[in-house]
Each structure stands twice: as structure tokens, then as C-alpha cells.
Design a protein around this ligand. Sequence first.
Ligand SMILES: [Zn+2]
Ligand SMILES: [Zn+2]
Length: 648
Amino acid sequence: MIKVTLPDGSVREMEKGSSSLDVAKSISEGLARNVLAAEVDGEVWDLTRNLEKDVSLKLLSFNDKGGKSTLWHSSAHLMAEALEFFYPGIKLAIGPPIENGFYYDVDFGDYEISEKDLPKVEQKMLELARQKNEFTRKEISKKEAVDFFTEKQDQYKLELLEDLEDGNITFYQQGNFTDLCRGPHLPHTGFIKAVKLMNIAGAYWRGDENNKQLTRIYGVSFLKNKELTQHLHLLEEAKKRDHRKLGKELELFTFSERVGLGLPLWLPKGAALRERLIDFMKKAQTASGYLPVASPHIGHKDLYVCSGHYDKYGEDSFQAINTPNEGEEFLLKPMNCPHHCEVFKASPKSYKDLPVRYAEFGTVYRYEQSGELHGLTRVRGFTQDDAHIFCRPDQLEDEFKKVIDLVLYVFKALDFKDFVVQVSLRDKENTDKYIGAEENWEKAEAAILKTASEKNLETVVEYGEAAFYGPKLDFMVKDALGRSWQLGTIQVDYNLPERFELEYTGADNQKHRPVMIHRAPFGSLERFIAVLIEHTAGKFPLWLNPEQFTVLPISEKYNEYGREILNVLKNYDIRGLVDERNEKIGRKIRDAEVNKIPFMLIIGDKEASENKVSVRRQGHGDLGTFSVEEFAKIINQEIEEKLLQFEN
Ligand SMILES: [Zn+2]
Ligand SMILES: [Zn+2]
């Protein structure tokens, strides 16, 4: 007998050689129908693979990452089988699961394939799925494997085999299809109930443009038809909310090839939105005791050699800027931290001066490959809402708390309600790859965990994910479509204070090293605004909206009155425009709705003579008639409720 320990700590005695599927069945038949794979001692396995010794076991369903990827990986094999049916002799390269489905890279040789052919492949896949063909795993010698693919004339698999060691090679087979594969896979194809092949793209073998271009077919699959329908709906919705599309429609930002790829240009409305976010953060930071600092966009190469950033970004990033002084080199700054370390050193510090919190909206530059660039989410120049806190080890916990409070305030003001906090700690088994004193690490890790639990944050702890220089905490935020984004990060750093030889004089009159915290609640303004656009579908919170209202005169006669209203509202710090176009009022309302302007103030004869406005709320319809001052109160009250004063 062997002992199988389940995640809740309970232990099951099983016959040696039982499979994870047997374990599932011993718990309940219903459970057995819903599990797709098993995590055995931390490794994802086929459900049908035999357990030969005591293990810890977690059964994985579609809701687990490992379950999902097993379903999708098996679907890639199923697609390959269907493709071989229609196109015998094709050569298969790689077919992995990805974040949202799977793909297979295929060399179609002389065959032509287009998206029109995908439905028939889907149908074939479903037909094969219904046969409930088992996925069988087979350990195979390298020679046999080479013979198999030589016979098949598949040079891609043969190339993959070159890198594999004999004794470590497995084949998976289902129906008429055999693949070189590490697995794991579903018990049989019958789990795959719904399939959609999404699109076809080109992909170079091994991602190298000197190699042959292959055909990549993307697909996704589910256990139920309903889940596929939901998924496709979500994709449609995501397309509508794409920040690149909305950014253009709302006139927020643009890109120009002449300026350079990945270098966003903010248009007046977008720049105003950005300024407003900056002001909002500055206010909260001032309340939290941050001090603004400012540093240049470039720094001497030696600065980044000292910080270690040169090693990390030097070769693969923007190249050095040379000066008329021979041998002198500057770099565009990839990070603000080294500059802030030098700010700290500008004057001697005593323990009473700490903590110091330096904040800067610093623009940094990193050379991303052109294929990696994507709207505002992956750019080559971006502005971080950066700050560095230098504190004593005994102040770390308090500082951490304050940063978390600030991040939570930001999320609340911007309607991000659903998030999980990922705490990245050291790999316990392997502590010598980390810099900094053992006791400081222990203190810092304990402080992070304690703070997160005191704030009642939903936490996932990842061991081994800490940076070599310190533990960190990341906020993973779910947007309105349920997609997860990493926003807001807090990192403890023992490394830079060491490299820059930062110190303060302690109460004992001795020199000590401060601890450094890096934090950025937004992350970068560019990425944050992209996420905000997709989360809100362009309906920004009222306080942030570039245009909070628009005055809609029903005819040109009332334009003058419209301008007066504008001036009055300006005094209340409320932003808007007058739509003076010679258009029908119906058209003006429609345009304002499309542009997601929160309030529409409609004025005609009656309103002008009574000195009032008829108010319409975007998406809600008419609110009634008010004086301009009353309207100002309505709007300001709504804003105040959202932005309750931040105190820290
Ligand atoms: Zn595979
Ligand atoms: Zn930093």
C-alpha cells in the first residue's frame, strides 16, 4: 500500500500502482468525471499514470492552471490528428498550451490552408473526440524515436530529439496520432466537448526569422458548449474595449512611426487625464509624507554599472549616448532607483531622519523588441509613479502598511474591486542565492505576510519568486471582463543600499544600512491607463473624465448662454464644452452618449429664460431641471464621495 496525502492534509491508503484517477474515484464518481490531471509531488501528471510510492496529490480541474493546460495541450494533439487526416504528410513542429488555448506550428508543404478550412478541422476534432480515444504514454528509446520520425520525414521533431537525452523521452498516442511529448494529457479525448479554431498566423521555426516560416493555428477548447459561447462573447467584448481602439475614438493618445515605435504621444485629452492621475497620486503621497524629487532622463554609464542595471539592460537596450568627451558614455535611464540612491546620499542621515520617502513621476526607457510592443501595455518609454522609501529595519512593517493603504485607496478611487495579492518569498531550500542578512529577510517576509493578513487581503504566497535582492508583493487586479493584470508592486531591497553604500548613523552612533522599498501603485501611467480604459470601456470615473459635461444648445440662438454656463462651472472646477455645431439636438445627444460624456446640459428657450439647465446623465437619461449652481453641487458631491480624503 502507498500513502496519498491530499491538499487538506487527509491521507488515503491506496494499492501501490493505483492511478490518480483511482484516487479520485475512491472519493466520488462525480469528482472523477471532472478532474483533468493531477499534481503529484508538485509535478503535473496524467491522471492514469501509476503512483508507485507515497505522494502528495492534488486533483486538478478546469479551474486549475494545470488542469486547463492539460485540456488544451491534449486539444493541440487532437487538432494535429485532424490535420493529418485532411493533409497527410504534413510536418508538425511544436503544439503547446498557452494562456488562452493552444496552437500547433505546422509545415503544410505544398498544401494551401486558410481560415475557411478551419470549420471542417473543428468538426473532425469533435468527431474524433466522441470516439473517446485514450491518450497513452510510452517511454521510448532515443533510437526508436529517431527511427519513427525519420520514417515520417519530420525534420522538426528530429531536431527537437537532438536536444533530448536517451532515457528521458516519451511518446503520447491517441487514435491515429503519435507525438513526441512530455505530456501530461487527459485520460481520453472524450473530455473535449467544444472546440473553436481561432485563426492562422505565421511563425518562424524556433522563433528565428532565419528559419522557415511555419503555419500556426490557434484554437481553444472547453468541457461544455456553454463555456465556449461565454468565452467567445468575452473575446468580442474585449475587442470592443481594446484600449488601442478606444484610445483613438476618445482622442487620448497616438503613435507615430516618425517619432518611433513604442513611444506614445499623448493628445490633449489624454494628457489631461494623465495629469489628473498624477495630481491625484501626488495629493495622496503628500498626505503620506512623500517628498518630491526630480532626476534627469539620462545618467552616466558608471551609475548603472554601480546599480547593476547596466548588466541587466545594457546590451539589449538603447545604446549608449556618446559625448564630445572621448570615452564618456551616458544611458537613457531604465530605472529611477539609482538616481534616488544618490539623492539619499546628498546629506548625512541619522536614525531620526528615517524614513525618507522620495517620489518622482520618472520616465524610463527600455528597448522592447518590436514584436513585443502592444499599444500602451508594452512600450519603449513610460512614466512610473515611482517612489523609494529608505527606512530602518524596525520601520519596515509600518512602511509596508502605509504603502498597502495607498494602493488600496488608489484601487477604490478607480473602481478596481477584485484583486489578489501575490507575496513572493525566498526559496526556503536554497537561501544562499539571496543577498542581505538572514534575520532581515525573516523580518521582512514576516512583515509582509502579517500586513497582508491584517489588511484582510486575499493572498497567494509564492516561494522562490522573490527577487534575489528582496521579497515583494504584487497586486493582481481583475478587470470588468475577469482578466487579470499585474498592477501595483511593492519590493523590499537589500541590494542597492549595499551597492551604493548607503548609511545612516544609529542611536548607537554606529553606521547602519537602511532598507529600501520600491513601490509604484500604478506601475506605469501608460499601462495603467490602458488597463483603466479596458476596465471601464472608456467610461472613466467622473473625477477623472476629461470632459465631465457638455452643454447642448437646441439651436445656435443659445450658444451664448451655453458659454456663460461654461464660465460659471469653471469656477467650480468642473470641466466641459459647448457643442456649438449646427446639428439637431437628437444628434448632439447621441454623440455625447457615444463619447461617454457623463453629463449633458440641454438648454433651450425655457432654460435660458429661467437661468437653468436640463440635466441628462450618460446611460441613465433625464435627471430634471436645475440651476447651474445646483448642478455644480450634484457633480461635486459625486466626486467627493469617490475621493474621500486620503489620510495616512
Ligand atoms: Zn504534446
Ligand atoms: Zn526602484
